[in-house]
Design a protein around this ligand. Structure first.
Ligand SMILES: Nc1ncnc2c1ncn2[C@@H]1O[C@H](COP(=O)(O)OP(=O)(O)OP(=O)(O)O)[C@@H](O)[C@H]1O
Length: 359
């Protein structure tokens, strides 16, 4: 197999003696989109800037197609890396026309450059806009010019820092999908920074979930969503419910039945974590509760605290009789029971995660 387009091995970055990013190991292949996802300040932009060559790693190796871009002795400048950049503010040159903006990084003859600019104008659907000034364009059109400019020199890697966050909601989905299709066609390896889980789920082939300067989990969106590495990783993608319990004989007893906690010693504390869409409300048995089943376990009684319609689903909060705690449930329909209504709940046992309880 060919060398990965981008490879980072144990990469760290210090600022003023403080390690803000450390131990980053990532691999991105041609045509693949990796999203760096995480809360503000976790080190996403610093990681991107190290790949771009704007920051120098304090440790580790960054390679593109097997060639060293940064290590202990080498640090190629940004312009020698074959990397394209797109940032949130597009940063188009206001005094240059659209065509001149796109041609900015091209090094060929005038005829070659004109042909490449025309090809890109067509690909981003802006034929006839070559002589226009950037400020005459809408936000979405400017974003497409920025994409064309970044793609023009055929970069092997494209780095994008929150590139869609300045766009109108109605435009964003379409532009995201078009951008992705174009980048895939060009075979560019993409590293995209975002703090929005939905954007990462929509765009990424792989998500690298970051926290406190490190990558805590890497995987396909589906795998990260269905097998989060810990409670915080689960909570990054949706609301979660948590029931805490003590382990005895590798089992935890809860009002929803028993759960397995293999490898946790007696007396150890664990959190059982489940998403609101994996709670079932029993509508059928008039307050008697459903029969326990191996899949759904034991029903527990709660009283509606609050119900809200969210557009494509209803979110119902229950105060549970067993401990007074709250369990959130989503129902993919209009379901707005009155506060105080008693209902039995079961949880999808195959969708529960059991994690050691760390304060
Ligand atoms: N030039 C710098 N000098 C000192 N500290 C810095 C510098 N750049 C970033 N940091 C610090 O490094 C940490 C990571 O910042 P970074 O911008 O990489 O995070 P981020 O995940 O991209 O956040 P955001 O989503 O808010 O942009 C932060 O604590 C930040 O204050």
């Amino acid at each position: 197999m060919s060398a990965p387009r981008l490879q980072m091995e144990h990469v760290c970055c210090h600022f003023e003696g403080r390690e803000v990013v450390c131990g980053i190991d990532l691999t991105v292949r041609a045509g693949e989109v990796l999203c760096l996802l995480g809360p503000s300040g976790c080190g996403k932009s610093t990681t991107l800037r190290m790949i771009a060559g704007i920051e120098r790693p304090s440790r580790g190796i960054i390679r593109a197609d097997g060639e060293v871009l940064s290590d202990a002795t080498t640090h190629l400048p940004p312009e020698a890396r074959g990397i394209g950049l797109i940032f949130q503010d597009f940063a188009l040159f206001p005094h240059l026309s659209v065509a001149q903006n796109i041609a900015f990084g091209l090094r060929g003859t005038a005829a070659q450059n004109r042909a490449r600019v025309d090809e890109l104008l067509e690909r981003v659907d802006l034929q006839g806009y070559g002589d226009t000034a950037p400020h005459m364009l809408s936000g979405g059109e400017q974003q497409r010019v920025a994409l064309a400019r970044a793609l023009a020199p055929r970069p092997r890697i494209m780095l994008m820092d929150e590139p869609f966050s300045g766009l109108d909601n109605r435009l964003r989905d379409g532009i995201r999908d078009e951008t992705l299709a174009l980048l895939k066609e060009e075979g560019t390896a993409v590293v995209l920074v975002t703090h929005e889980p939905e954007e990462a789920m929509r765009m990424a082939d792989q998500i690298a979930l970051m926290r406190d300067g490190g990558v805590v989990q890497t995987g396909a969106p589906y795998n990260i969503y269905t097998s989060p590495c810990d409670k915080d990783a689960a909570a990054f993608f949706s609301d979660i419910n948590v029931i805490s319990g003590e382990v005895h004989g590798a089992l935890i007893e809860t009002p929803f039945g028993q759960f397995l906690a293999p490898g946790v010693p007696d007396g150890g504390l664990v959190d059982i974590v489940f998403r609101p869409q994996h709670v079932k409300i029993d509508f059928d048995r008039g307050g008697r509760g459903p029969n326990p089943t191996p899949q759904d376990g034991v029903p527990a009684l709660g009283h509606v605290k609050r119900a809200r319609f969210m557009g494509h689903e209803s979110l119902v909060e229950f105060r549970m009789d067993f401990d007074g705690g709250i369990v959130k449930v989503t129902v993919p329909a209009v379901f707005l029971p009155k506060p105080g209504t008693p209902l039995w709940l079961t949880i999808r046992r195959d969708r529960c995660f059991v994690f050691p309880n760390r304060p």
